[in-house]
Ligand binder design. Sequence first.
Ligand SMILES: [Zn+2]
Length: 274
Amino acid sequence: MSLPPVRIIPRSEWGARTPKRRTRIYPANMPTPELWEHHTVGDYRGAAGIRAIQNFHMDGRGWSDIAYNWIIDRRTREIYEGRGPGIMGGHTKGHNTHSHAICITGNFELYQPPDPLLWTIAALVAHGHDQRWWRERKLTGGHRDASGAETLCPGKYLYLAIPRINRYANSEDTTVQQEHVERIERAVAELGYTVTVGDNDLEREALAVENMVEGINNLMAQVADLKARDAQRQGEMDALTARVGAMQGWVQNVGGVLGDVLRDLDIVLPDKTG
Ligand SMILES: [Zn+2]
């Protein structure tokens, strides 16, 4: 499967009430470093269900608005805009100033989330990352993971699905990554190395291979440089040897001429020791 297209049902379309107030997430915390997953526990269906959650939060709890940034109907997989991006929610105590939250309707202590629902959550996770709403293309965790939380939320079955959701969220660029990896494998093979990159963490491994190729290229450049310098030195040596050879010939020649002159003049050089 691949990530389904993301269509977020705007507040106007599901009949949201005007919030009592809206607090923007401080710009330094955007994109947010955290993204939390929740479940509603109660079973809510469609737009009427989302309105019921909002009424409960605003009137029952006395909050400013529906607590979550987005709510997904587990049956239809429709994505509803809650407070939306960049608005501080009331979902994850102690973390609301620097996080967003996606909530799924239902009680996942009781049943498994179907796979297509996980793909929808993953699509929203990927979309929000592309929109720069949060920093990482993944859920930080379930509500229960947040420091200070004492809750079963988002329910054990949805909680256990988080790694799968995060894997799905990062599956989108697999084709591009695969091409990238194959290109690198070919380049490495040309250098006489064999590298096999597994399916997991393609991006990270591709980067590692890329770094390795860069390292090999650097080494090869250094070797080529050394060879060039070596060749240059050899040339200089040859020239020097040739000059020494010529000089030796010249000295022998001069010695011979000098000997002849001395003989002609009957001059006998004293022995060095004598
Ligand atoms: Zn929760």
